[in-house]
Design a protein around this ligand. Sequence first.
Ligand SMILES: Nc1ncnc2c1ncn2[C@@H]1O[C@H](COP(=O)(O)OP(=O)(O)OP(=O)(O)O)[C@@H](O)[C@H]1O
Ligand SMILES: [Mg+2]
Length: 198
Amino acid sequence: MTETIEEKEGNESYMQVAIRIKPLDENKKACLQYITESNQIVINKEHNSGSSKRTFSFDYIFGPSTTQETIYNKLCPSLINNFLDGINITVFAYGQTGTGKTYTMGSETSSLNSKESVGIIPRVIQGVYNGIENKKTELNEMEYVVKIMFIEIYQEQLRDLLHPDTPSKDINIWENNNTITISGIQEEVVNNLDEILK
Ligand SMILES: Nc1ncnc2c1ncn2[C@@H]1O[C@H](COP(=O)(O)OP(=O)(O)OP(=O)(O)O)[C@@H](O)[C@H]1O
Ligand SMILES: [Mg+2]
């Protein structure tokens, strides 16, 4: 997270990978160890002939007691700063079913019921609006308009989640010169977090 923006612009593969370990059942704990100091996980594998260990290193390892707030604070504020400086950013959750992608991203509506369980998406949105307010005080001639889209890709079909009646055949996605373009999704102008969560 120490690279400057100039370095990032010149390095298209700039990416960081964080592992979040969700609270595990007792029987699963034996196969996984993690070392947060060195950001490594160790997978223990049992064979007929004995056992072996494999170690993998990542940019961050978050143990099972890590809060939603810590995940956000470690991963997102620097991305939001880059975003407000005009750099495209992505936060991508990857993992097999039930591993906590929806929980971590905060698209589980029940996560909004308690302040602690609010996930990345609502926190990033609030962070963007806070950042805009700060920019406005620094540069008062600047005007900001926030527009959002919410898309689902499921079994190669795209859906406009803000306009679920839009038929999938009217939505297209293609890549040209490393730029992904999507047509047929409607954008909505939004002024604050509450408007988005509606
Ligand atoms: N870090 C965590 N702490 C507490 N509960 C968690 C954590 N991560 C996930 N869970 C719970 O585990 C369950 C499965 O998580 P979740 O629905 O986020 O998985 P998913 O990766 O989105 O799965 P799917 O691919 O099926 O959508 C949910 O009940 C969620 O609340
Ligand atoms: Mg999910």
